[in-house]
Design a protein around this ligand. Structure first.
Ligand SMILES: NC(=O)C1=CN([C@@H]2O[C@H](COP(=O)(O)OP(=O)(O)OC[C@H]3O[C@@H](n4cnc5c(N)ncnc54)[C@H](O)[C@@H]3O)[C@@H](O)[C@H]2O)[C@@H](O)CC1
Ligand SMILES: [K+]
Length: 538
């Protein structure tokens, strides 16, 4: 796992490294060297380096110097004469580079900049880094949209210029990078808010060779899961096994209005490896589900007048639920009075429980000021997994619009977890970047493509999660990792389905059919990461 840092922790880390004997000037030299090597890997004959007023620009000036010495034609654009750059560190390297054989262009017009950009194979964006706030001011507000019109390959130093490295918010404009070389450790804003849209491929610039010795001295906003980290949760089928010992799931879901959600969740749970999946659905829709899923037994539970779980549902569902390795509750269920009783009843049982969609909405309707104010409602010994998207998570903590990006999602989930959580409780915060938040750690598994943002995709994820938990039979050391495995499978279904149907045309039922392939892809990535497979998968 690789840490992601808040900006204030990056600053603390730089101070710690300085106390250990490596100055910020040396770090800047390393940053420039790494930036130059990333650019060189693209085999350019001509490079344009755009610099700003601060140390981000300094990284660019160092890189320009190195690239020029490799017989690459380098143009450097600066907003002011190198001797007038306010940052002393950046001014020093800028003056040094300008004294050599690079072509320095100070304050070009938009047309001049476009002309330089059109000639360049690679553009280095070293305009603004972690010191940037607000919306870019001139001349950068003119440079940035101009660069985005060009077709050259763009490498951003540390963070795409215009992106707030903490919040991921873009006000007005931001460089659209093909690659972002982020220094020391990834900043949280690369993964939050608008970040994923602008960063391109993220590569970490390992500026300091003893980072492992000091990275534990700063707080981590989250950690990125590497494929190899998941290996303990990737299990094959043993030779002697029956349908029950493979793991069983009860899907408590559906209503007359939304029977499809129950179908998708149940089918996904089965595809994710559970040997026995059953559905408990209101009798108003049970027959429909039976017809759609011949391999799945469906228990018809008494409905209310609207076709949702009725008053008698709680005791029947809870009696059934005790026999399963995992219970998933919520998809398409609505928030009827009977549904609320089902949810509170299931929470009291000693069975691994996944609460999704309307099960979460039931909880927020019961505790309207925020569930963390009444932690007894969800405190339990057995595993509890909640899978809210941002709006559901906002409602869970009792505030409309409280959660709107990765950072606020992690905060809200931790509020709930720290009030009542145990090591067995995890909140999967679904968003453009999904975070798996536990009491001890926050993990970021591989994100899927935008194709996953489609109705029913969450039902499929809930099914994959419950199927995965059932097959593991609660033999889990690190729940956040087990759930990261499930989230990764979902992400890969998105890639595989998008490759077949096209990014815009994927629908949720397609994802289910790619679960098997996605599991294989995650396993291959894990084995490659651990060195057991080469890049061809041999
Ligand atoms: N501090 C360190 O130890 C290291 C820092 N490094 C680099 O230094 C960067 C941080 O440097 P700085 O703190 O100097 O900050 P930046 O270089 O990110 O930017 C600060 C400059 O941008 C200007 N600015 C801020 N908001 C603006 C806006 N809205 N419109 C226009 N201009 C604006 C400020 O006036 C300031 O001059 C990192 O991103 C990284 O690239 C690396 O060299 C590695 C080592
Ligand atoms: K930058």
């Amino acid at each position: 796992m690789k840490p992601i840092l808040n900006i204030e922790e990056v600053t603390r880390l730089e101070d710690i490294i300085e106390r250990e004997g490596t100055s910020k000037a040396e770090l800047m030299e390393h940053a420039g060297e790494l930036l130059a090597s990333v650019v060189e890997a693209e085999h350019p004959s001509r490079v344009l380096v755009l610099t700003g007023f601060g140390n981000n620009g300094g990284d660019g000036w160092v890189a320009a110097d190195i690239l020029q010495q490799k017989d690459i034609h380098v143009d450097v654009v600066s907003p002011v004469d190198p001797s007038e750059i306010p940052s002393a560190l950046a001014r020093h390297v800028a003056r040094r580079t300008a004294g050599r054989d690079v072509n320095v262009v100070v304050g070009p017009s938009r047309d001049e900049l476009m002309e330089l950009g059109e000639q360049a194979d690679v553009i280095v964006d070293a305009i603004l880094g972690t010191g940037f706030h607000g919306a870019p001011r001139p001349p950068f507000s003119i440079w940035i949209p101009a660069v985005n019109e060009l077709s050259s390959f763009v490498v951003s130093a540390d963070v795409p210029s215009g992106l707030n490295a903490q919040t991921g918010v873009v006000e007005d404009c931001c460089i659209r990078a093909d690659k972002t070389l982020t220094m020391l450790a990834p900043k949280i804003g690369l993964y939050s808010g608008d970040g994923p849209e602008y960063v391109g491929d993220i590569q970490v610039g390992e500026l300091y060779d003893k980072l492992d010795e000091v990275i534990g001295d700063v707080d981590h906003a989250a950690e990125i899961v590497q494929a190899g980290d998941l290996i303990d949760y990737i299990t094959g089928l043993p030779a002697s096994i029956d349908k029950y010992s493979r793991g069983s799931v009860l899907v408590v879901a559906g209503s007359a209005s939304y029977p499809g959600a129950a179908m998708m969740a149940a089918k996904a749970a089965a595809r994710a490896g559970a040997g026995y999946v059953a559905v408990a659905a209101p009798d108003a829709c049970a027959n429909l589900i039976r017809m759609a899923l011949p391999s799945v037994p469906v228990h018809a539970i008494p409905s209310d007048s609207r076709g949702a779980f009725g008053a008698a549902a709680r005791s029947i569902v809870c009696e059934l639920a005790k026999k399963y390795d995992c219970v998933l509750c919520g998809p398409g269920m609505t928030t009827s009075a009977g549904c609320m009783q089902v949810v509170t009843g299931l929470l009291e049982l000693d069975v691994p429980l996944v609460l999704d969609a309307d099960a979460l909405n039931c909880l927020s309707r019961i505790a309207i000021d925020g569930i963390e104010k009444t932690p007894d409602m969800y405190r339990r010994e057995a595993p509890l997994i909640m899978t809210p998207h941002y709006r559901e998570l906002s409602r869970l903590v009792g505030e409309e619009d409280e959660v709107y990006d990765l950072g606020t999602a992690i905060d809200a989930a931790q509020k709930i977890l720290w009030a009542g959580g145990s090591d067995n409780m995890v909140i999967v915060c679904k968003g453009p970047t999904t975070a798996v938040v536990g009491v001890e750690r926050v993990l970021i598994p591989t994100s899927g493509p935008a194709s996953l943002a489609t109705a029913g995709s969450g039902d499929v994820l809930a099914g994959i999660i419950s199927g995965t938990i059932a097959t593991l039979h609660a033999e889990v050391d690190v729940w956040e990792l087990a759930l990261s495995y499930a989230v990764s499978i979902h992400s890969y279904t998105g890639f595989a389905a998008a490759a077949e149907y096209g990014e815009k045309s994927v629908i949720a039922t397609d994802l289910i059919d790619y679960i098997g392939e996605a599991m294989q892809l995650v396993e291959n990535e894990a084995l490659k990461d651990l060195g057991a497979l080469d890049s061809e998968g041999e």
